[in-house]
Design a protein around this ligand. Structure first.
Ligand SMILES: NC(=O)c1ccc[n+]([C@@H]2O[C@H](COP(=O)([O-])OP(=O)(O)OC[C@H]3O[C@@H](n4cnc5c(N)ncnc54)[C@H](O)[C@@H]3O)[C@@H](O)[C@H]2O)c1
Length: 316
């Protein structure tokens, strides 16, 4: 059966579907002729779905903590993307907990009643500062931010609903995702900020000494991983790393690469490191490869060139 056949005519929910990752999942489901219901309270900015005009898309601008999921009846799968991001969690860890954990419990409860599959968005931040690189799923889980802690707690509830009620839930631990429609804000990701600054000929700022490393993951690979996780059998209750192509790059080298690709040459500004900033974050994707057939396909340079072009087009 092709990936297309698994989606055609079927009903899906995407929580956080107006967000960066969720909006790309929505597009992918519609392209495969699925029917999509989005639940998003727009708490992270404006709609990212305005360009879509499809009878197969319904959007509820509501808070998942209060949304009446049961009114939807049965759907095939919920892609649970709604969450609050990393930095605000230090200012307001309670709301973070309520949304990231409380919202997930609502989804799991619905899935239990309707025997619906859940593909849950978790995060590489559940590991905290790694003891070894690349990080496998067996690595100790010691998050160093309220956000990472809430994502780990949400995973625990997924495990509990799987073990106790047999809910078919798979957790995808995304590492650092980038791509079109990502917010350009200090709270959401370094690549959009670097590209924005380089294209507008403003010096790039690095928090810390720039030696901290990441393994950036292109949005197209994240979407592929979600579709594969929905189709995959025998993955219930598993938490699986979803990393990029395995290229560990320091933030300083990333800044240089972005400047080079934007034809901009300047010194960077260094500022003190932020709390919760993990030193090295690189995923071992072996489990995702064997369970989901996941193999990241977009290398960093290629993804950056495409992203830079997207930003240029948006501004022109
Ligand atoms: N972007 C990354 O690098 C990354 C890395 C690891 C994990 N994740 C996870 O992936 C998921 C999607 O992240 P993203 O980068 O697209 O973030 P995003 O902020 O762009 O999207 C999240 C969406 O959830 C919505 N939302 C927040 N609270 C809500 C609530 N109470 N009810 C309904 N909707 C609500 C927001 O309005 C937003 O549209 C999140 O679960 C996040 O934790 C993202």
């Amino acid at each position: 059966m092709s990936l297309h056949d698994d989606f055609r005519g079927k009903k899906f929910v995407v929580t956080g579907g107006e967000g960066f990752i969720g909006s790309h999942i929505v597009e992918a489901l519609l392209e495969r002729e699925g029917e999509v219901i989005v639940i998003d309270d727009l708490s992270n900015g404006a709609s990212r779905l305005k360009h879509l005009n499809s009878e197969k898309l319904s959007i509820y601008h509501e808070d998942i903590r209060r949304f009446n999921f049961e009114s939807l009846g049965k759907v095939e799968c919920v892609f649970n993307e709604a969450a609050r991001a990393l930095i605000p969690s230090f200012r307001d860890p309670i709301t973070d907990l309520e949304v990231n954990v409380g919202g997930t419990i609502k989804v799991l409860d619905y899935a239990r009643k309707f025997k619906t599959k859940v593909v849950h968005a978790s995060s590489g931040s559940v590991y905290g500062n790694p003891e070894r690189i690349p990080i496998t799923e067996e690595h100790p889980l010691r998050p160093i931010s309220p956000y990472g802690t809430s994502k780990l707690a949400a995973e625990s509830y997924c495990g509990f609903y799987y073990r106790t009620y047999g809910v078919d839930v798979v957790m995808l631990r995304y590492f650092n995702v980038y791509g079109p429609r990502q917010s350009v804000s200090e709270e959401m990701g370094v690549i959009p900020i670097f590209v924005e600054r380089a294209l507008t000929r403003n010096r790039l700022t690095i928090f810390g000494d720039g030696s901290q490393t990441r393994d950036f993951l292109n949005i197209k690979d994240v979407v592929r991983a979600n579709l594969e996780a929905y189709v995959a059998q025998g993955v219930s209750g598993k938490a699986v790393n979803i990393g990029g192509g395995g290229r560990e790059i320091s933030i300083l080298d990333l800044a240089k690469l972005v400047m080079q690709l934007c034809s901009y040459d300047s010194e960077v500004i260094f500022k003190p490191a932020k709390p919760g900033d993990i030193r090295r974050l690189v995923a071992d994707n072996s489990m995702a490869a064997s369970l989901l057939g996941y193999h990241p396909q977009v290398n960093l340079e290629e993804g950056l060139v495409e992203y830079i072009q997207y930003v240029k087009d948006k501004h022109s």
